[in-house]
Design a binder for this molecule. Structure first.
Ligand code: CAA
Length: 388
């Protein structure tokens, strides 16, 4: 039985800052951000969006009545969780009006968690072929104003339905994963901003890629030439390219050209959104599928990395007429409708956070065009609104 991604949707907040303008404001050459880091625009989450609303808005793009009935497992994957106890998946389950006889949990391992989520979903479908699983990768990347990590922030979510006989991509066997206890990036529970050892994190990302790729080749018997493209976790778009370049000489010139061309296509959305942690690899897949014209049956390599650290390499095969099941137009509209804000406004939005002591607050949701918004906090409980 084939199991894989049946539908894939994406949501990012309605405001962004231009990276050239951010560079100028920080006294940095714009080319450092646009070429050295490889980012053009950075999505910013207003106070009315959190990991729950981003995930729910992404899922709204893809679910229909049949999905609402058949989804019996919601896997909310995030490192921007809003509660140490209650899962973000329970809120999303309610906001989407899903079948009550469903499981809802939250998974965490930095940017890797959504990969654990889809592999867990695959196991669930193998045992329950009639059901569907909703996997959500949702995050707000925050390093702080004027920090080296600032240019690699972002906000957004990817929602995927995993099912039997998927319409978009079958998940193949031969995943190779790796765990090692390192401190390259982390966020202690008392901090709303990440701590990072930037250079070390870059090195470890590449090391993890090289290790899992070597074992993957042995286990699967496949090589670079068997991949139409490789999608990477993209904390910034230059990162995956650095990793890809370390293995390119294993392939012929023609294969190298193909992989480099498809790599660029896989970064279009990420370049204009920024890092969305758990969702980044899947946003890159979406960017590739919606902007390249890959043939049915193409094999895509997927490299997932979550600091701390866990990495995985796996592959998927595009299904017959997969293009008919993508929603490229709604994603184009989402990008077209976004508003650019000044660097000053971005800083204001960045500093506008919920009261740290949990006191009540009512938020103005009229300026946020998202269907699902955070409208405030009452008695330490987040209040969500579905405008539909
Ligand atoms: N024109 C073109 N390129 C320029 C330039 C210019 N004028 N000026 C500088 N550059 C280039 C540099 O040469 C460098 O390129 P290479 O890496 O290819 O050598 C690039 O711009 C970045 O320059 P620096 O290394 O000097 O940048 P930095 O020290 O200010 O910070 C960073 C870069 C370490 C990525 C930092 O943004 C950071 O810490 N980000 C967060 C951590 C991160 O994203 N790590 C990635 C791996 S970890 C992971 O993947 C998990 C996750 O999501 C966090």
């Amino acid at each position: 039985m084939k199991i894989g991604i049946d539908k894939i949707g994406f949501y990012s907040p309605h405001v962004y800052v231009d990276m050239e303008k951010l560079a100028e404001a920080r006294g940095v050459e714009p080319a450092k951000f646009t070429i050295g880091i490889g980012q053009s625009q950075m999505a910013i989450a207003p106070i009315t969006q959190d990991s729950v609303t981003l995930a729910a808005n992404a899922a709204l793009q893809i679910i229909d009545e049949e999905d609402r009935e058949k989804i019996d497992f919601v896997i909310f994957c995030s490192e921007s969780g809003i509660d140490h106890s209650k899962s973000g998946g329970v809120y999303v389950h309610q906001l989407l009006g899903l079948n009550p006889h469903a499981r809802a949990v939250e998974l965490k391992q930095a940017c890797y968690a959504a990969t654990a989520g889809i592999q867990m979903a695959k196991g669930h479908i193998a045992l329950n072929p009639e059901s569907k699983v909703l996997v959500l990768g949702t995050d707000i990347a925050r390093y702080g104003l004027n920090t080296p990590g600032e240019s690699t922030q972002g906000a957004g979510a990817v929602a995927m339905i995993i099912s039997a006989n998927p319409h978009v991509m079958e998940l193949e066997q031969h995943n190779v994963y790796l765990t090692n206890d390192i401190m390259d990036f982390w966020r202690p529970i008392y901090s709303d901003k990440a701590f990072v050892d930037g250079k070390f994190s870059n090195e470890q990302y590449i090391l993890f890629f090289n290790k899992v790729w070597e074992v993957y080749k042995e286990k699967s018997g496949l090589e670079l030439k068997d991949m139409e493209a490789i999608c990477y976790h993209l904390p910034y778009t230059k990162m995956g390219l650095k990793a890809l370049r370390t293995v390119l000489d294993e392939a012929s010139e023609e294969v190298q050209e193909r992989l480099l061309k498809n790599y660029q296509t896989s970064t279009i959305y990420n370049r204009n959104v920024g890092n969305i942690y758990t969702g980044s690899l899947y946003l890159s897949l979406l960017s590739l599928l919606e902007n390249a014209d890959l043939e049915d049956g193409s094999r895509i390599g997927m490299f997932s990395y979550g600091s701390g650290a866990v990495g995985e390499f796996f592959t998927g095969v595009l299904q017959l007429n997969y293009r008919d099941y993508l929603i490229k137009e709604s994603h184009q509209q989402l990008f077209n409708k976004r508003e650019e804000v000044t660097v000053e406004k971005y800083e204001e939005i960045f500093e506008d956070v919920l009261p740290a002591d949990g006191s009540d607050i009512e938020l103005d949701i009229s300026k946020d065009p998202a269907t699902i918004c955070l409208s405030g906090v009452v008695d330490n409980k987040r209040q969500y609104v579905n405008k539909n």
